[in-house]
Design a protein around this ligand. Sequence first.
Ligand code: PLP
Length: 405
Amino acid sequence: MSAEITRTSTAEHYDSYVVQNYGRAPLTLVRGAGSKVWDDAGREYLDFTSGIAVSALGHCHPHWVSTVQRQAGELIHTSNLFRNPNQGELARRLVQRAGPGRVFFCNSGAEANEGLLKLARLHGMRKAGGVEGKCYKVICAEKAFHGRTFGGMSATPQEKIQGGFRPLVPGFAFGKLNDLQSFADLIDEDTAAIFIETIQGEGGVNPATPEFLRGLRKLCSEHNLLLLLDEVQCGIGRTGKFYAFEHADVRPDAIGMAKGLGGGFPIGAIWIGEGSADLFKPGSHGTTFGGTPLACAAALAVLDIIEREKLLEHVEAVSAAWHQRLLGLVGKYPQHLSGVRGLGFMVGLQMVDDAAGWVGKLRDAGLLVPMAGGNVVRLLPPLNATTAELEKAVMILDQVLGAST
Ligand SMILES: *Cc1c(COP(=O)(O)O)cnc(C)c1O
């Protein structure tokens, strides 16, 4: 960082030059290592935001850093007019995890979901005997969040996200999460797909139950609909399985992923099962930056570290005890905290009052966490957070909740 950028100038630069579209904390972060980050005054924080479930290995994992550094000196970008070894290898390994099929690479969660929605259109056209624009409807869930593009927003039934941007993409309907009948009731002959987050993130950490997911699978198979799962936040090990749907033992037709996949480097991907992977033909979809040698090297390093350090096993092994400790806080502070939800390292604390105030107090006490819809404080530790770090977060929560009685 150049010497002439001072603490005050950063705040001023944001005030004067950066679009004011975020509710941003008054905090400038300059360095990270593992589960810790430091601000520009040298203060240390325990980072359970993980860049919103992106920095899955914490900050600056040595193997990730050396892999990215080496690749940056070798080859960074070539476009998809050519092959590169890293993209092929990453696709192979994601297929190994998800099942027979193919992978398309992009750059973000929203872009992955656009790919899924375009796939739904192509499936609908095939279902309608090649007639375009007839079978195009997609059923999503209330409280969903699928991103800020027009497709993603249209699948996200929240006024704070859609307001000001209408007209939206037509054809979306919304059932109630975990109410199979409400989804079944929305299916008609123009329906092409069902599209949900396996665990809703921004909507407040609301898991789809295994029975519900299996019910959707059955509905989709019966009605020739694609079952599309948004694993952008809950995927890549966050819940202790590589994909969150593995807890339910179902096989979707396609999956969107992004956040944790690059461990901090922007990369998104969709896996498409073998029955539908041929819907995209040469020329029918694409993106300039998708699957670069550098982005794929970063993601391969993430997969290597998850395997070598047995992080899925780690998350599974330590989660139950950690959740119990958090539930203990519900018993201790029922006036502030009314419940704990989630799976593995994707946890939502249901607060009685507005979560924003709590997020600020926790930050002041040294713990960085994001909030979610419906008064929820989220805890998203890196997958390699130690039991001592998980316990430290419980202690900070205890202290902050206790000081507010
Ligand atoms: C974050 C998120 C997205 C959007 O991802 P971007 O990379 O911000 O475009 C989509 N779906 C879910 C479930 C997410 O959590």
